[in-house]
Design a protein around this ligand. Structure first.
Ligand SMILES: Cc1cc2nc3c(=O)[nH]c(=O)nc-3n(C[C@H](O)[C@H](O)[C@H](O)COP(=O)(O)OP(=O)(O)OC[C@H]3O[C@@H](n4cnc5c(N)ncnc54)[C@H](O)[C@@H]3O)c2cc1C
Length: 392
């Protein structure tokens, strides 16, 4: 983004801090909490309002792992990395509970169930169960004969489910508000889009319309919008739109889904939501080219596809209550990226990035944001650096 001469606010406030965090989604707010707990003076700068982007628009799954099942993740990332990632997401939920997430209104301790509709996913789930059990990860299999009597299983489509008993769901906006409310010394400036980062003698000056911030270090947590500020993440963090649909079945019992379901290698997901509604998301993979966008909009194609899933898997009789989209920041391997980086407008080693949480920032963002803060302080090594792509 650029700002015209006329758009600049004439009497600018200038704030000073140690670390400026750009972006008040889950990543940025979690990083701020960690820095604040270490006595570091931070400021969070947010273009819109806290939780306005992916962090306030997602499906609210606090699911262990990543998009692919454990067997495929072990193949793609290596067994050790898959296990590390699954444990990472377990720790994420433990941390959020310690912060008080369980007492937010939208929280429910609801197991997630990865569902296969035939092969090859059916065989992959059997293999995932074997590998996860070997790796000490608590998991079980559900077959149609011992499945709960809910509309998804009654559809007759699922052939197998892999149950993660400790998973949960929540309202994403509750989670963002919990993170923001847990900050005590860090101001969050909303409607403060960063349009330039520049040299200020031996410090860094960050320009937004309402305020300038002069700081020693910057942590960029702008997710899908990373490449607007950062030069070396172009083509590495890519914007991908996720669309969602909320419906209310005419028969209220159709809304009683026992688990938070995840289908077609994570391409689709469906779960019960408040007030007898069901939320359905995904179908992006069938229209992948069009969905590689940062436009906040819904398309007839994806929404039509989602409604087709509703009719096949839940019910023919329903009303649509909401449609929306959110923009995810994808990394090439679906794992977070935590790295020292360079912005377009400044050559300074004290700029860091945390993001690329792909479709799993609820499940790993709290853990990753806090980790990024420690990595920046050189208190912790990271397995999420860009060097992994060079090695690959
Ligand atoms: C439809 C959908 C469903 C999803 N479902 C799930 C799910 O069920 N479970 C799960 O684990 N994950 C899910 N995700 C993914 C999850 O929402 C994201 O991974 C996570 O929210 C990313 O958090 P973040 O803080 O990195 O990014 P964001 O929430 O996108 O925050 C980035 C912030 O940076 C701000 N910003 C950008 N540019 C600037 C600038 N120049 N100056 C200042 N501020 C700026 C933005 O306004 C934004 O608030 C889903 C995502 C979508 C879109």
């Amino acid at each position: 983004m650029t700002i015209s001469l006329w758009q600049r606010t004439p009497s600018h406030e200038t704030e000073q801090c140690d670390v400026a965090i750009i972006g008040a989604g889950i990543s940025g707010l979690s990083a701020a909490l960690e820095l604040e707990s270490r006595g570091i003076r931070c400021i969070v700068l947010e273009a819109d309002y806290a939780g306005s982007k992916a962090s306030g628009r997602n499906a609210g799954y606090l699911i262990r792992g990543a998009a692919e099942n454990y067997a495929l993740a072990s193949q793609n990332l290596g067994r050790d990395m898959a296990r590390y990632l699954w444990e990472w997401t377990q720790q994420n939920l433990i941390g959020l509970k310690q912060l008080g997430l369980e007492s937010t209104p939208g929280f429910a301790q609801r197991p997630s169930c990865v569902v296969a509709i035939g092969d090859p996913e059916h065989s992959e789930l059997i293999e995932s169960h074997r590998l996860m059990t070997e790796d000490g990860l608590h998991v079980s299999l559900i077959e149609p004969g011992n499945a709960p009597d809910d509309s998804l299983w009654r559809s007759g489509k699922p052939t197998l489910g892999l149950l993660n008993p400790e998973d949960a769901v929540c309202s994403p906006i509750d989670l963002v508000q919990l993170l923001a409310a847990s900050l005590s010394t860090t101001p969050v400036f909303e409607h403060a889009e960063v349009y330039r980062i520049e040299d200020d003698g031996n410090r860094i000056r960050i320009r937004t319309r309402p305020v300038d911030v002069v700081c020693s270090r910057v942590l960029v947590c702008t997710n899908a919008y990373a490449s607007e500020l950062i030069r070396d993440l172009d083509g590495i963090i890519t914007p991908n739109r996720g669309q969602m649909l909320a419906i209310k079945p005419d028969d209220p019992s159709d809304a009683d889904l026992e688990f938070a379901y995840y289908l077609n290698h994570g391409s689709e997901y469906v779960r019960a939501a408040p007030d007898g509604q069901i939320i359905f998301g995904g179908a992006r993979t069938y229209h992948a080219e069009h969905e590689q966008t940062s436009a906040d909009d819904v398309s007839d194609e994806v929404q039509g596809h989602l409604e087709q899933f509703v009719r096949e898997l839940i019910t023919e009789n329903y009303q649509v209550t909401a449609r929306w989209s959110g923009i995810m920041g994808f990394s090439p391997d679906g794992m977070p990226i935590v790295t020292q980086t360079k912005v377009h407008t400044l050559d300074n080693p004290n700029v860091w990035f945390c993001g690329g949480l792909t479709g799993h920032g609820m499940s790993m963002g709290y853990q990753t944001g806090r980790h990024a803060a420690r990595v920046m302080l050189e208190d912790e090594p990271t397995r999420f650096g860009l060097d992994r792509f060079a090695q690959a």
